[in-house]
Ligand binder design. Structure first.
Ligand SMILES: [Zn+2]
Length: 97
């Protein structure tokens, strides 16, 4: 699938299957245009905090809701960068767990 290309595939297939099974293959977002059946895994909090890799920060989502959320997060990240005065957004050295 397209979203797996490049360096975006930070959720392995066994992990994805585990989260999808946990959420019974039902999309957890249920936004406008939702397909209902989940086939992808989303990180609920996308800010790479200490909980980023925990299962509790993952949810089963359908491709439609996932795309909407990802686009919204990208927009918010751009706005946050602007608000901070155009500093390049790099990993905070203090956040390495
Ligand atoms: Zn959905």
């Amino acid at each position: 699938m397209a979203w797996v290309k490049g360096n975006k595939a930070h959720t392995s297939k066994p992990e994805r299957d585990r989260i999808l099974a946990r959420d019974e293959y039902q999309c957890q977002i249920r936004g406008i245009g939702c397909l209902g059946e989940a086939s992808e895994v989303d990180h609920i909090d996308n800010t790479r905090n200490a909980n980023y890799w925990r299962d509790s920060n993952k949810q089963a989502v359908c491709p439609v809701c996932h795309k909407v959320k990802t686009q919204r997060e990208a927009t918010e990240a751009r706005a946050a960068r602007r608000a901070r005065g155009l500093y390049p957004v790099e990993k905070h050295p203090g956040l390495i767990a």
